[in-house]
Design a protein around this ligand. Structure first.
Ligand code: FAD
Length: 449
């Protein structure tokens, strides 16, 4: 199968909605301010150390409750957020926010217990027992807290490294249970809600709104996509040692409004693979009924794809990712690919408007994927294609500011798209910065989030 089969005339449709980083963060910050305002409105004055401890406990509790809803919304795969902010950045916000929420929940628990104990002149242990056993929904909230701390603990980098990705991923689902267990006590014991119907209605709206997003985009959207487009494996083609391309056929693919540079999460319905949905970028612009991904065998899932049979049904979630033409703001564009990181850049190399240069880094010529296609595209659109081949031990690091300036005249006037192994993209990014390319014009897609 050649790439000419892959090119398609897309009907001109309005640009898909995207929410950029700035507005997204502003909405989150405004929500947090509104939550603290709830406490402020409800607290005309604070009396004594017990009052201050309890006050701090109420604020941290409100922020933890709000934060939990935001964390779930960030992972709801809302298309406008996925396209505008990007999955890797949303995942990083989620991970960092997760740490804050766990610490806020811990602080909330300790401060409330301490505050009540001081106010009621009782011991902390007695107060704890009273609260857990007699306050409405606090026993459930205690279980929620234990789950949150456990999920937080296994998400610490050191712990996560010891777990298989799938095990960590599925254990993470306990956050949904923790959210449900924690919800009741927020309204039952939260003074900001007792007798305040508007505040209570807003809190319900926040949580039910997030639940609706999760059902809409994490359950319904993938199901509807698969029913509508009926994706199947057409063929598997070896590309290089340990690298294969998988061609997929589907109906009405142009309705997916895929942008080159994006990825899907793919669930292949075989006995060994159905339970895992792994992200792979499209390695060519979407074609007339055809999609292509190209995969390097790095572990169980990626290695098993080489043995897929034609006709295998595929459930796909997406398209996701902000690594698209939407980021470009300059006429000149530099694409820097390393190893299998060539996949999204192969799709962009063909479609990005403007003057495009592609630097493709590989340890050996044998590892270069899509050579014929890249050279055909370069010739057809008058783009520059530079291979950077060789073992680092032999050629050193090709990504220095001096070398990049030599290879790419007027480097500073470029947008740069980077995708490859973390060590390579780290070195390239630092060299680009040193060469004067502003950080806002260095766009990076990570294959590890
Ligand atoms: C946005 C994005 C686009 C990608 N595009 C491509 C591509 O075009 N071609 C390609 O060869 N690889 C791509 N990858 C990487 C690919 O997803 C992983 O190599 C693959 O999932 C590894 O799974 P495994 O079971 O083979 O290996 P494992 O040993 O299980 O995992 C190796 C590493 O891959 C990551 N990983 C594993 N499973 C998942 C998952 N379900 N979701 C997210 N990360 C996971 C983990 O960080 C893990 O440490 C992409 C990754 C991302 C995030």
């Amino acid at each position: 199968m050649t790439t000419t089969d892959l090119r398609v005339e897309t009907k001109s449709s309005p640009a898909p909605a995207r929410v950029r980083r700035g507005p997204a963060l502003a909405v989150i910050a405004l929500g947090a301010a509104a939550v603290v305002a709830l406490w402020w409105r409800d607290t005309p004055h604070v009396v004594g150390p017990g009052g201050w401890l309890t006050g701090a406990g109420r604020i941290t509790g409100l922020l933890a409750g709000y934060g939990l809803a935001v964390l779930l919304a960030l992972m709801a795969r809302v298309p406008a957020l996925e396209r505008g902010v990007g999955t890797d950045r949303l995942t990083r916000w989620h991970a960092r926010g997760g740490r804050y929420v766990v610490w806020l929940a811990i602080a909330h628990t300790l401060l409330i217990i301490w505050g009540y104990a001081v106010t009621e002149a009782t011991g902390v242990v007695d107060e704890t027992v009273t609260m857990v056993l007699s306050y409405p929904d606090v026993l459930k909230a205690t279980a929620a807290m234990a789950l949150l701390v456990a999920v937080g603990a296994i998400s610490v980098r050191a712990a996560r490294r010891r777990l298989r990705y799938e095990t960590w991923y599925h254990l993470h689902f306990y956050t949904y249970l923790a959210t449900w267990l924690a919800f009741g006590h927020q309204l039952a014991t939260g003074e900001e809600f007792a007798g305040h119907h508007v505040a209570t209605a807003c809190w319900y709206a926040l949580y039910l709104g997030v639940a609706a997003l999760l059902v809409r985009y994490r359950l319904w959207a993938p199901l509807a996509l698969s029913l509508r487009h009926r994706l199947r494996v057409v063929t598997v083609v070896p590309e290089a040692p340990g690298v294969v391309s998988i061609y997929l056929y589907g109906r009405d693919l142009d309705r997916l409004r895929i942008e080159p540079g994006q990825f899907f999460r793919w669930r292949f319905l075989t006995r060994r693979l159905w339970w895992s949905a792994n992200p792979y970028s499209l390695s060519a612009p979407p074609g007339t009924g055809t999609l292509r991904i190209t995969v390097k065998d790095l572990g169980d899932h990626s290695a098993a794809l080489a043995r897929l049979r034609p006709g295998t049904r595929v459930l796909a979630e997406g398209p996701y990712g902000a690594f698209t033409a939407g980021l470009r703001c300059r006429e000149r564009v530099l694409l820097i690919a390393g190893g299998v990181g060539i996949t999204p850049l192969r799709a962009l190399f063909e479609t990005l408007p403007g003057q495009v240069t592609l630097i493709y880094r590989a340890r050996s010529a044998e590892e270069l994927v899509f050579r014929a296609e890249l050279e055909e595209i370069a010739a057809r659109r008058g783009a520059r294609l530079l291979y950077c081949v060789g073992d680092r031990a032999v050629i050193g690091s090709p990504f220095t500011a001096r070398e990049l300036r030599r290879q790419v005249p007027d480097l500073r006037a470029h947008d740069v798209y980077l995708c490859g192994p973390p060590a390579m993209t780290g070195a390239a990014s630092a060299a680009l910065r040193e060469a004067g390319v502003p950080a806002r014009r260095i766009h990076h897609e990570s294959f590890d989030f």
